[in-house]
Design a protein around this ligand. Structure first.
Ligand code: MEV
Length: 336
C-alpha cells in the first residue's frame, strides 16, 4: 500500500491567459489531496472518494465495463473517476503494467472545482502513489508531465501545465507554454475566500476562447494579462528572500497588480457576483490586492493581507461561505 499527497494552489497571476501561451504564476498552498493506492490482482479499479468536500461515495468498475453505475450527478462522477482513471492509466504506462488493478482511496481538503487546483492535486497524488505501488520511482517533473497529459485529455485539449506543475513541484512556479520553472518567493500573506460554489472550467475556458477569436480587444486583454504577469515576476524577485519576510512596498505593488488582473479577468467574463463581492470586501478591509483564482465562475478569491482585516471582514460577507489563511506549500508531491 502506498500513499502520496499533493497541494492545491492559488494563481497569483495569469490564469486563462496561460492557456494561450502567456506566462502565469501559481503558488501551491497547504491544502492537500491525499491518495492511498493498493494493488489488486483482478485488474479492476475501485475508487473510494472519501472526502472531496462532497458526500463521499465508492465506485467499482473494470476496463470492459461501460462505466460505473452509481446514483450521483455526472460532474461528481467525473470528478471521482475521469481524473483518477487517467492518472491510473499514466501509472500503468510508466510501469509498463497495462493490466494492473488498484483500490484507490482519495481524501482531499481542497474544495472541488473552486479554483484551488483540486483535480490537479488528485491526479498528481494518484500518479505518485500508483507508480510507487508498482515499484517505479518518478521524479516530480515526470509526475507533473504525466498529470498534465491527464488534464489535457479530460479537459478536451484545453489545459495549461500550470496547475499540475505547481502541485507537483510546490512553492511558486512560472509556467509559459512548455517552459515550467520554480520561483523563489517570500512568504506571501494569502487569505482565501470561498463562496461555496464552483465554476465549469471547460465552459469558462471555451468562453474566453470565443471572445478572443471574435474580438481583437479580447485578444489584447489576454496579452495584457501576460504583460502584467511579467511585471509581477519582476516584483516577486524584488519582494524578498525565498521563505523570508516580504518587502512592504513590493507587496503593495503586487497587490495592485492582483487588482488589475481581476479587472482583466472580469472583462473576459469569468468572474461572478459572489467573487466580485468577496474581492471588494477584501479590498475595502485593508487587503493589498484581491482577485479570483482559477477558472472563475464561482469558487475562490485570493487576497494579500498581512493583517486580520480581510479574514474578519470576509467572515461577515454574505457571499463568503468559508475564509482561511493559506500558507505557501513549499513541498509539492510527496510519498507519505
Ligand atoms: C484553471 O485552474 C486555470 C485555467 O487557466 C485553465 C488552465 O490553465 O488549464 C483557467
Amino acid at each position: 500500500m502506498h500513499t502520496a499527497s499533493a497541494p492545491g494552489k492559488v494563481y497569483l497571476f495569469g490564469e486563462h491567459a496561460v492557456v494561450y501561451g502567456e506566462p502565469a504564476i501559481p503558488c501551491a498552498v497547504e491544502r492537500r489531496a491525499t491518495v492511498t493506492v493498493e494493488g489488486r490482482d483482478d485488474g479492476r479499479l475501485r475508487v473510494d472518494a472519501k472526502d472531496l468536500q462532497i458526500e463521499g461515495f465508492t465506485v467499482e468498475y473494470g476496463a470492459t465495463d461501460s462505466g460505473p453505475a452509481v446514483d450521483v450527478s455526472d460532474s461528481l462522477l467525473e470528478a471521482a473517476t475521469k481524473y483518477v482513471d487517467g492518472a491510473i492509466e499514466q501509472a500503468r504506462d510508466a510501469a509498463d503494467a497495462p493490466d494492473a488493478g488498484f483500490d484507490v482511496e482519495v481524501e482531499s481538503d481542497i474544495p472541488l472545482g473552486a479554483g484551488l487546483g483540486s483535480s490537479a492535486a488528485v491526479v498528481v497524488a494518484t500518479i505518485a502513489a500508483a507508480t510507487a505501488e508498482l515499484g517505479v520511482d518518478l521524479d516530480a517533473r515526470e509526475v507533473a508531465d504525466r498529470a498534465y497529459q491527464v488534464e489535457l485529455d479530460v479537459q478536451d485539449g484545453q489545459a495549461s501545465r500550470a496547475d499540475t506543475f505547481c502541485s507537483a513541484m510546490g512553492g511558486a512556479v512560472r509556467v509559459e507554454g512548455d517552459d515550467c520553472r520554480t520561483l523563489s518567493t517570500p512568504d506571501l500573506p494569502f487569505v482565501i475566500g470561498y463562496d461555496g460554489g464552483s465554476g465549469d472550467t471547460g465552459k469558462l475556458v471555451a468562453g474566453v476562447r470565443d471572445l478572443r477569436d471574435r474580438y481583437d480587444f479580447a485578444a489584447d486583454t489576454v496579452a495584457a494579462i501576460g504583460d502584467l504577469v511579467r511585471e509581477g515576476e519582476r516584483l516577486l524577485e524584488q519582494a524578498g528572500e525565498d521563505g523570508g519576510e516580504p518587502d512592504e512596498e513590493a507587496l503593495e505593488e503586487l497587490g495592485g497588480l492582483m487588482d488589475f488582473d481581476h479587472g482583466l479577468l472580469e472583462a473576459l467574463g469569468v468572474s461572478a457576483r459572489s467573487l466580485d463581492d468577496m474581492v471588494w470586501t477584501a479590498r475595502e478591509s485593508g487587503a493589498l490586492g484581491a482577485k479570483l483564482t482559477g477558472a472563475g465562475g464561482g469558487g475562490c478569491i485570493v487576497a494579500l493581507d498581512p493583517t486580520d482585516g480581510t479574514e474578519t471582514a470576509l467572515t461577515y460577507e454574505s457571499s463568503c461561505e468559508q475564509v482561511f489563511r493559506a500558507e505557501l506549500a513549499t513541498e509539492g508531491v510527496r510519498i507519505e
